[in-house]
Design a protein around this ligand. Structure first.
Ligand code: SF4
Length: 418
């Protein structure tokens, strides 16, 4: 047994396999690490289960990727008709690749301590993580030893070899972020707005001495306690749906450039139908429709269920080591065109929120009084699967916001609040 710091919902998770409404074996690339590839090559000499199902062609040189499963109709060819893995069935769990064996678990090593969270593109993990109205708790728990968890992203705050900067105040910074996200004295959107100010300040001053940075974190804690950001929050202009058309165009672009999963495509369709959305629609009509649905269908539900967003973003921040990022991140591929900073991480988080919220408002218009947790779960899980894992697309979003000069605290606040 090993110990890991993890949100409490993690210990309740086991894969529900054939009962899963979306299976992780459909809708995205399934990469194979070099060790598993070697095992499969060996087995393929006597078992044609593997024949023609794995390739090394066109593999991007991202850490851990060595080969890839050739999907059949966007689905893993090893999946049987009961949605069970035939490799696992025939040879046992230890023959699963790192990707398949670990998913949806996400490990980080922070200052020598193991951390574990779940990827919410798994519907069952999303259900467990998001639907608990109580604040998500982190605690040290026993986990099974697994040799595959040796290759994990690592943060060591004292490490001078850290690729960008040394973050000696990582622990204090993250503790503030998580406490802010769970501070129910503020509505959730206000917490995100304050987070933007915090990340921007951290970013501007990140190379100052540790004492000064800790002092900054204390000052933010004091201001949050004393509602010191209320004036700034109140000054955010009210322009409902001000960026909605832009966000819809960006989503359309994703639909055209990738192969979206069916669940996600259906959510986007429902959103568009709910808003009667067309590109030709005037801004005025779109804003009116959006505001009516938001007030009548979305807000009443969300007023009772803000904890869903809270849980999603606490999990997001814990999992991604927000806003410091992983030491070795997929975002460090050549496609990273917008410099990776703590504020970039915040803009990425803001885009997640804005896209999810706007899609949900449209879906609330489609479902009307049937709109509820099931729709929210489906959207968030399929969003995470289709957008959250598409690093190239996320980069293009950041680039778009950067080029259009909407990459700042004020614009992020408008994006969140409208
Ligand atoms: S998505 Fe989650 S519950 Fe579904 S098959 Fe994969 S690990 Fe299991």
């Amino acid at each position: 047994m090993k110990k890991a710091l993890q949100p409490d919902y993690v210990s309740k998770f086991t894969c529900i396999a054939s009962d899963c409404e979306d299976t992780c074996c459909r809708g995205w690339r399934i990469t194979i690490d070099d060790e598993s590839y070697g095992k499969y090559q060996e087995l393929s000499r006597r078992d044609d289960l593997f024949s023609g199902k794995i390739t090394r062609d066109g593999i991007m040189s991202v850490e851990g990727d060595f080969a890839e499963v050739i999907l059949s109709e966007n689905t893993c060819p090893f999946l049987n008709d009961k949605k069970l893995c035939r490799i696992q069935e025939a040879y046992g769990e230890r023959y699963l690749s790192v990707t398949c064996g670990i998913f949806p678990r996400n490990y980080n090593l922070v200052n020598g301590k193991l951390e574990l969270s779940l990827d919410l593109s798994c519907p069952h993990a999303a259900r467990l993580a998001l639907l608990d109205p109580l604040p998500m708790q982190l605690s040290l728990s026993d986990i099974k030893k697994d040799s595959r968890i040796s290759k994990i992203p690592t943060i060591k705050s004292s490490d001078t070899d850290y690729p960008n900067q040394v973050y000696p105040y990582f622990e204090e910074g993250r503790a503030f972020v998580l406490a802010l996200l769970q501070n129910r004295n503020y509505c959730f959107e206000d917490r995100l707005v304050i987070l933007g100010r915090f990340c921007n300040d951290l970013n501007l001053k990140h190379d100052r001495p540790k004492d000064e940075m800790i002092q900054l974190i204390y000052e933010y804690t004091r201001l949050v306690t004393n509602f010191g950001f209320n004036q700034f929050i109140d000054s955010i202009p009210k322009q409902p749906a001000s960026m909605l058309k832009t966000l819809m165009i960006l989503l359309e672009y994703r639909l055209k450039t990738g192969v979206p999963g069916q669940r996600f495509s259906e959510c986007i369709d429902q959103c568009k139908q709910g808003l009667h959305f067309t590109m030709e629609m005037s801004d005025h009509v779109l804003h009116e429709t959006f505001a009516t649905i938001k007030t009548g269908c979305y807000d009443p539900f969300m007023a009772q269920h803000e904890y869903i967003f809270e849980n999603y973003f606490v999990n997001y921040c814990f999992k991604t080591l927000f806003p410091f990022g992983k030491q070795k991140s997929i975002y460090k591929k050549d496609i990273f065109v917008v410099p990776e900073t703590m504020f970039t991480e915040y803009m990425l988080l803001t885009l997640h929120y804005a896209l999810i919220k706007n899609l949900l408002v449209g879906m609330a218009g489609y479902y009307r009084d049937q709109f509820g947790t099931q729709q929210v779960l489906t959207l968030i899980q399929s969003f995470d699967k289709n957008i959250g894992h598409d690093a190239a697309y996320l980069q293009r979003l950041l680039q778009f916001f950067d080029e259009n000069k909407i990459f700042n605290v004020a614009c992020a606040a408008m994006l969140i609040k409208n």
